[in-house]
Write a protein of this length. Sequence first.
Length: 402
Amino acid sequence: MRHPLSRAADPDAGWLSAVMRLVFVLLLGTSLTRYLTHHLASPLTPWVIALSVALAAGHLSGLSERRPAWLVAVLGSWAVLVLMAPSFAWCAVPLVYTVLRAFPPRAAIPLVTVLTALVMVAQARLPGADPTLVLLPPAVAALATAVFLYMQRQGARQRKLIVDLIRARRELAAVERRQGALSERERLSVEIHDTLAQGLSSQQMLLQAADLAWEQDAAAARGHVRTAAAITARNLAEARRFVHDLAPADLAEQGTLEAALAALAEREAAESGLPVRFQLDGSPAPMPAAAQSALLRIAQGALANVREHARAHRASITLSYLGDQAVLDVADDGRGFAPSPGGPGGPAGRDPAAPGGGRGHGLPAMRARLRQLGGTLVVESAPGEGTVVSAAVPLGSPPEVR
């Protein structure tokens, strides 16, 4: 526990203590001068001078502010001096301050009461003293004590508040770090799902098809292997761009979102044999790079779901510019599924009975991408009626994510 008068606890205590010591010495010198003026021939004069010098030296040393026992000795010397020469009673003012700072209230208040009583006695002993002035010392002492204790408690509350604020700031920084780590983990999971996982799934399907066709149709098997190799090369490029947090390879190569979606449709048709048509509605408008990347990734993920689960005969990609927003629709004529009731604006995931539907990461990943951009995702489907995945993003700057 820190000493109440520690400068580390109160950086302003040093200069205030110095002022109080100076005031005490000035009052002591003034009282001694007054005593010598009126009582120079008194036999007590040598004792008064000796006690005054000892008090001045003891109080100026600062030991009375650091050692309670030393302060008690100073108070005792002052009490003897007051009993010998009442004019020294005014030195009580800085002593009261020192007592209040050196001791806790339960010990300081009785000491202040004793000091005040000595001052009252000294006032009454002065020749020609006004009896009404006897009430002045307790009033001054009570006011000084009340103000000091109030300021001390206010200071303690402020220090506690500062400590709480510092602790809250550290906790907030820790929460922000954890939130940043979770956001980065979510981003990594989405990117891995939309690039590496989908590519590996396509490669697995192609290699399985090549294995089945190797004996009966070697040319078709080699075609599947070549396609799997092309997907591997493309996934490797995507992985490198993903590590460096760059735009998707298709978007970087084609230059525009429309060209990248058209290339995606053409490549999907060539690799999977599923006819995929791309259509552009409206005049292209400027779109943030993050929104272009998100829509392209959503198109890739939706087509991967069609290829793996829908058993569709054809699919389409439509990009529409509608005033202040762009809408991407990926539709298929596959078997569809029953939307889960919990997802706003569409299902939370695919039918668990569908192949691969239990993984349920594709649509949540799409929603996470759009949520960061202030966009929305709607999925419309019914058993036997196909599926439409519709993603809308604003064409302005993405909102700040808090």
